[in-house]
Design a protein around this ligand. Sequence first.
Ligand code: UDP
Length: 391
Amino acid sequence: MKIVTVVGARPQFIKAAAVSRAVTGAAEAGWDLEESIVHTGQHYHDNMSASFFRELGIPEPAHHLGIGGLPHGALTGRILERLEAVLVTTPPDVVLVYGDTDSTLAGALAAVKLHLPVAHVEAGLRSFNREMPEEINRVVADHVSNLLLCPTGTAVANLANEGVRTGVHLVGDVMYDVALHARTRAQGLSGIHGILDLAGRPYALVTVHRQENTDTPDRLAGILEGLRRVARRMPVVLPLHPRTRAAIVRYGWQDRLDGVRVVDPLPYLDMVALEADAAVIFTDSGGVQKEAFFYGVACVTLREETEWVETVQLGRNLLCDAAPEAMVQALHWALPLRTQAGGETGDAIISPDAGNPYGDGHAAEKIVRVLCDTHLQKATSSHATGKDDPT
Ligand code: UDP
């Protein structure tokens, strides 16, 4: 079976790492599997892209479309056009797309229009906020996908509510698979605490990049003011996303980050090392909310809603609007939780037991099994009828 994996953005590299590893493992065990990666170019800086391939051992992309730095429409359109050419030249048995970016949308559309089966990893997530570009990408990708590979029971229920019940599989969260391996590697390999002089000190780790926060001046101003106030209590480390940096420069607000330790986006293992030992994490990232949960760190989410509702239901994530005072108040909630979870040593990691909403750490292997079983069924049914199965 030939798989084409379409990725383009940082969180997709991390998710694809888990599945690529499982594909390689299955191929080495004799399964008839071959993966070819297409990198759209949506994220292109070394610290947003290549460093993840190196650290996570992701195979080199077979194709690099080099399409990045464009607004949503142009980016999606150009990826769609270039990807179609790749898929026409070497049609795979399935196209694998991840998450909710413009690369996900373009990958799913390019494949479905060529009648190629589409498998969506991280299907069924919903914020129910259609102003988020990611929400549109997810909804469309889900509705054109043949296989919907869901990380949580909530995601399965969301799809059922939209009438999507065929091809739905609850596999668990591939980011959790990666987190289980990454924590130990990060402890061994990352020197980031020493570099930032944070060893043994409580600190807050922050990421901000959602369009609703970067492109709404009031929200970004509120967040920056909140971070300045938190920085009076403890060091605040902000690996600054290129979109957020561009917005701050556009508004001329560079001085509003006084007191905050701004660094470039971090390689994955440094990020994991900082997450796992943070006293608290402030973020608007989906992946970082989950990683905070995995590593037993209280998370304050700078949004009004989240797709990862389990983290909130289990009392580990607080939705906090972009209001400075609310951010400071959130510390009173977060800091005691950190101490209960694993103390300041940050040894805690949520275990892969039956109560874990994100699975058992084997989501990627389950995905590979679903892909192979589906391919086999299709081959068997087209052999029996003498026709190609239209699914
Ligand atoms: N991440 C990273 N370096 C950073 C910031 C984030 O490696 O400087 C990782 C983080 O650990 C998580 C992923 O990037 O695994 C989250 O990606 P992002 O926040 O860009 O996207 P989202 O998850 O919101 O889709």
